[in-house]
Design a protein around this ligand. Structure first.
Ligand code: FES
Length: 351
């Protein structure tokens, strides 16, 4: 609580916001802590450094929670059981700030405000300086934290002040590992991670290079950031799965799906999904979201699209194409027909 208060972060709200940040790191529309939205601008970077905008924005957020109630973002990320707690914490923060302002006015002295509340605006620069190195300029919309997060070798003084958070890929992948053990964790798994930046200066050079390029092309990614391969279980399964063109039609059950209904179908070890769109047309697609292995059978039909329950990405059921972020890869679709009241699909071969 004292640490959160000192930087005007509402403790419970921040806890859930940061929980989401670790789950959906730089997934646009899901991560509430993206520091530079694309396309970035150098003005944005300068403002972030000074915290002149960031500090008051956090304070106004607390004022909003204390008076009007939870913001739309807070309603999305904070579980209902903590809603009242967020409101009362915000009221406590605002109450303390008002007392401090009153004290400054009563004594006609800047000191109370300079020590409580004020440091959020003028004293947070070092936190920002370290914080920017964590994700700025790295890939959006991927679940593998090694693509979206940066580890930087820092000098012992920086590491002490920053509580070893310079080992940020490690921290993101294993947030329960305490700060003091992060150097050992780094030594243990370094060969599975992208190379750490050799210094804070080199990290900033990379960040400014990325920001410079992404200002003009928001899709630009750092070309020389190598992330070691890991075993791709799902890719192996999909490779072994082929459909015979012109093969037998096989029966998948009665064609009694209602618009919006989803039905899981397993053929061999392949997990498929029958989906009836809002116009009543039936589609057969892979059941696993191409973005993050989520099960689409608990998704939602919206018109001719299916929305993934995990990050709300969408696919066109007719073509499999991704129609909403963070989808980057199309969903496999399969030939299907309704014949004499039954749903039928082409037979499959493969391992
Ligand atoms: Fe991310 Fe489906 S798992 S959109």
């Amino acid at each position: 609580y004292p640490a959160s208060f000192m930087i005007a972060r509402e403790a419970t709200y921040w806890r859930w916001s940061h929980f989401r940040h670790h789950t959906d790191t730089i997934i646009v529309g899901r991560d509430p802590e993206i520091i530079f939205a694309r396309p970035p601008s150098f003005r944005q970077v300068a403002l972030t450094f000074s915290n002149i905008v960031g500090g008051p924005t956090l304070m106004l957020g607390a004022v909003r929670h204390a008076t009007i109630g939870l913001s739309d973002v807070a309603l999305q990320i904070v579980p209902e059981r903590d809603h009242r707690r967020v409101v009362w914490e915000a009221r406590a923060y605002v109450g303390i700030w008002l007392v401090v302002i009153a004290l400054s006015l009563a004594t006609w002295s800047p000191w109370p405000v300079l020590f409580v509340g004020g440091p959020t605006i003028y004293g947070a620069w070092l936190m920002v300086f370290f914080g920017i190195t964590q994700h700025a300029g790295l890939r959006e919309d991927v679940l593998d934290h090694r693509h979206s997060t940066r580890t930087v070798y820092m000098n012992p003084i920086f590491r002490f002040l920053y509580l070893n958070m310079n080992y940020h890929v490690e921290h993101h992948m294993f947030p329960a590992v305490p700060y003091r053990a992060l150097p050992q964790l780094h030594a243990e798994i370094a060969d599975q991670l992208p190379d750490a930046m050799p210094s804070t200066a080199s990290a900033y050079r990379e960040i400014f290079r990325a920001i410079g390029a992404q200002r003009n092309d928001p899709t630009w990614e750092l070309p020389d950031r190598y992330v070691p391969e890991v075993r791709a279980r799902r890719a192996q399964i999909v490779q072994a799965f082929e459909w015979v063109d012109g093969g037998e039609w096989i029966d998948l059950g009665a064609a009694n799906l209602r618009p919006g209904e989803l039905r899981s179908i397993d053929i061999g070890n392949h997990e498929l999904l029958l989906a009836c769109d809002d116009d009543g047309a039936v589609h057969l697609v892979d059941r696993t979201c191409t973005h993050g292995d989520a099960d689409l059978s608990t998704g939602t039909i919206v018109g001719c699209e299916i929305e993934c329950p995990k990050h709300n990405g969408r696919f066109d059921l007719r073509t499999g194409d991704g129609t909403r972020r963070p989808i980057q890869q199309a969903l496999q679709t399969y030939p299907v027909r309704v014949h004499r009241g039954r749903v039928e699909a082409r037979t499959e071969v493969g391992a």
